[in-house]
Design a protein around this ligand. Structure first.
Ligand code: HEM
Length: 414
C-alpha cells in the first residue's frame, strides 16, 4: 500500500474527509471500489478502507474482527474514554451481556406499542407544515420526531429539555468520527457535552429509581435492580449510546429520504398513495444514501480479507455507504427504485444497519419512525419541492445528514 497524507487515500486524487466529498461522496466511492482495499492515514497509523460489498460484509460478520476494547487495540479511538455501557465498541463476552440486557428492555412488543404515538406525533407535525405551506424537514419533522421517541419515550427526558439534549447529541455525534480527524475544539465540545449529558442522566436515573415511569430508562433501571446486573454507570452508558446511535441516524434517514425522493419525482409519484411501498422505500433509502456511512473494526488476530493480509491490531474502515452501491451486487446501484425491496429476498440485503454481532438494535424502531414520517409527508403534501438548491451537510464523516432541508408544499396540491 502506498503511504498517504492524513485523510488521503489511494487512488491519489481522493480525499475522503474534505467538504467537496461530503456533498456527493458516491463518485469517489466508485473509484475506491475499482481500486480495491486502499490505505488511508489516520494520525500516526495507516488503516485500510474497504469499499466493496463482499469485503465489508465479510469483515462485519467475521470473528477475527472487532473492537479490541479489552486490549485497547483500536487506532480509531481511545477505549479508555468510552462510556462503560457503550457496547457498540465492545467484543464478546462484554458485548453479549450488555446487548442481551438492553434487548430485554427493548422488546419487539415495546416498539409495536409505539406505533400510535409515532403516528400522532407525525400527524401533528405534518398538519402544521401543511398549514404553513412548507417546512424544514430536519427542524420541523425529523428532529422533533426523534426527540419525542428516543429522548422522551425511551430515555424519559421531559419536553422542555429536548433542545438541550439535541445540542449535546450533535456534539457527541460529531465526536464519534475517528479521533485523529477531530479538531481540539471538537474534542473539547464532545467531552463537555458528554459530561453534561452524563450529569443530567445520573440525576434522571435517580429519579426513575425513586419513581419508575413507562419509559425504557425505568425498565433499564429495573433490570439493574432485579439482578444487580447493570451498574448505574452502565445504564448511563447505554442511554448515551441510544441517544447518539438512535437520534442522529433517524433524523438523517428522514432527511436523506425526502431529498432522494424530491430528486427522483417518478419515485415520489410511485410512492404516493401506496402504503405497501413505504417499508420497501425505507430499505432503498438506507441502501442509496445511508445515514451511517462507515464503521470501524480492528483485526483481533492475523487474518485475510479477499487476498489481502492483515495483522492483529490493523484497522479497517468498513464503508457501508460504498458497499451498498456496488454494481457487482446491486442492479442499477446508482438509481433510486422504491420497488427494489418490495419482494422479500429479491434484492440483496443492504448494510445500512450493519451486519453480524453489532447489527442495529434499533432497526425496527428506525424503520417504523421513518416510514411513518415519509409516507405521511408524501401523501399529505404531494407538491413537495426544494426551497433551496444550497445543501448544507453536517460536518460529521460517519453520519451523513443535512443540517437543514427547507421544502415548499405547492399550494394547489395541499
Ligand atoms: C436510521 C436509523 C438508524 C441507522 C441507519 C442505524 C445504524 C446502525 C449501524 C450501522 C449500527 C452498527 C454499527 C457497527 O456495526 O459498528 C448500529 C448499531 C446500533 N444501533 Fe442503530 N441505527 C439507526 C437507528 C437506531 C435507533 C433508533 C436506535 C435505538 C434507539 C439504535 C440503536 C443502536 C444500538 C444500541 C447499536 C449498537 C448495537 C451493538 O453494538 O450491538 N439505532 N446502528
Amino acid at each position: 500500500m502506498t503511504s498517504t497524507e492524513l485523510g488521503r487515500v489511494v487512488p491519489d486524487a481522493l480525499d475522503l474527509f474534505d467538504d467537496a466529498h461530503r456533498l456527493d461522496p458516491y463518485p469517489d466511492y466508485r473509484q475506491l471500489r475499482t481500486a480495491g482495499p486502499s490505505a488511508v492515514r489516520l494520525g500516526d497509523t495507516e488503516v485500510t478502507v474497504l469499499s466493496r460489498f463482499a469485503d465489508c460484509a465479510a469483515v462485519l460478520q467475521s470473528q477475527a474482527w472487532g473492537h479490541g476494547n479489552v486490549d485497547r487495540l483500536s487506532p480509531f479511538w481511545d477505549q479508555e474514554k468510552s462510556l462503560p455501557g457503550s457496547f457498540i465498541r465492545m467484543d464478546p463476552p462484554d458485548h453479549r451481556r450488555l446487548r442481551a440486557l438492553v434487548n430485554k428492555a427493548f422488546s419487539a412488543r415495546m416498539v409495536a406499542d409505539l406505533a400510535p404515538m409515532i403516528t400522532r406525533v407525525v400527524d401533528g407535525l405534518v398538519d402544521r407544515a401543511v398549514e404553513a405551506g412548507g417546512l424544514d424537514v430536519v427542524r420541523d419533522l425529523s428532529s422533533p420526531l426523534a426527540l419525542a421517541m428516543v429522548g422522551q419515550r425511551l430515555l424519559g427526558v421531559p419536553e422542555q429539555d429536548a433542545e438541550q439534549l439535541r445540542r449535546w447529541e450533535l456534539a457527541i455525534a460529531r465526536g464519534t468520527d475517528p479521533e485523529p480527524l477531530l479538531s481540539p475544539a471538537e474534542i473539547a465540545e464532545r467531552d463537555a457535552a458528554g459530561a453534561g449529558v452524563v450529569g443530567y442522566l445520573t440525576d434522571l436515573v435517580a429519579r426513575r429509581r425513586a419513581h419508575p415511569e413507562d419509559d425504557l430508562l425505568s425498565r433499564l433501571v429495573a433490570v439493574e435492580e432485579a439482578g444487580e446486573v447493570l451498574s448505574v454507570a452502565e445504564v448511563i452508558g447505554i442511554c448515551v449510546l441510544l441517544l447518539v446511535a438512535g437520534m442522529e441516524t433517524s433524523i438523517n434517514l428522514v432527511g436523506n429520504g425526502i431529498l432522494a425522493l424530491i430528486r427522483h419525482p417518478d419515485q415520489l409519484a410511485l410512492l404516493r398513495g401506496r402504503p405497501d411501498l413505504a417499508g420497501p422505500a425505507i430499505e432503498e433509502i438506507l441502501r442509496y444514501d445511508t445515514p451511517t456511512q462507515f464503521t470501524m473494526r480492528v483485526a483481533l488476530a492475523d487474518t485475510t480479507v479477499g487476498d489481502r493480509a492483515f495483522r492483529r491490531g490493523d484497522g479497517a474502515i468498513v464503508l457501508m455507504g460504498s458497499a451498498d452501491r456496488d454494481g457487482e451486487v446491486f442492479t442499477t446501484p446508482d438509481e433510486v427504485d422504491v420497488t427494489r425491496y418490495a419482494t422479500p429476498g429479491h434484492s440483496p440485503r443492504h448494510l445500512g444497519f450493519s451486519l453480524g454481532l453489532h447489527y442495529c438494535l434499533g432497526a425496527p424502531l428506525a424503520r417504523l419512525e421513518a416510514s411513518t414520517a415519509i409516507r405521511t409527508l408524501v401523501d399529505r403534501a404531494p407538491g413537495l419541492r426544494l426551497a433551496t438548491n444550497e445543501l448544507d451537510y453536517q460536518p460529521s464523516i460517519i453520519h451523513r445528514g443535512l443540517r437543514a432541508l427547507p421544502v415548499e408544499l405547492a399550494p394547489s396540491t395541499v
